[in-house]
Design a protein around this ligand. Structure first.
Ligand code: INI
Length: 156
């Protein structure tokens, strides 16, 4: 059997992307933003097709992402934040609400909404996932956004 396989190309040209990024832990979220922009540039995104929306913390990402998705101005929303367990007793609330809310935005609006929020137990773990050493969750989230906008275009 040779089932038909569907998957999105990694071509960003012609699509519009919003990045919603939390200022909390800015020294790390700025690295995630750099990673996301690097991926979009390398995949051919047009100069004016990427816009950045800054919010105070990861808790504020979902509602902002929802408003952006509902605006109809973007093909995908890339959400970026860093929540570190050691930093707050309400880690579970902030990380949980961000994850749940971001997921709901995609389901509710039909606009691919990427979860590029690093949830780490320690600062060191968070640093590792923000591309300071290797691996950048912002880069990964942007790659996924490009793949999905291409996949959904094919399934229209
Ligand atoms: N927001 C984060 O994005 N990361 C965190 O680690 C964090 N901590 O540690 O508390 C955090 N808190 C702020 C929160 O997201 C809201 O901005 C705030 O509660 C106001 O609603």
């Amino acid at each position: 059997m040779q089932p038909k396989v569907h998957q999105g190309l990694l071509k960003a040209e012609g699509f519009r992307f919003a990045i919603v990024v939390s200022r909390w832990n800015d020294f790390l979220t700025s690295k995630l933003t750099e990673g996301a922009i690097d991926a979009l540039e390398r995949l051919g995104a047009d100069e004016k097709s990427v816009e950045i929306f800054k919010v105070p913390g990861s808790f504020e990402i979902p509602l902002t992402a929802q408003k952006i998705a509902e605006s109809g101005k973007f093909d995908a929303v890339i959400c970026l934040g860093v929540v570190i367990r050691g930093q707050t007793p309400h880690f579970d609330y902030v990380a949980g609400e961000a994850a749940k809310g971001i997921g709901q935005v995609g389901m509710k609006t039909g606009v691919p909404t990427m979860f590029g929020v690093v949830t780490a137990d320690t600062l060191e773990q968070a640093i590792d996932r923000c591309g300071v050493k290797a691996g950048n969750k912002g880069f990964e989230a942007a790659m996924s956004a490009v793949e999905l906008v291409n996949l959904y275009q094919k399934t229209k």
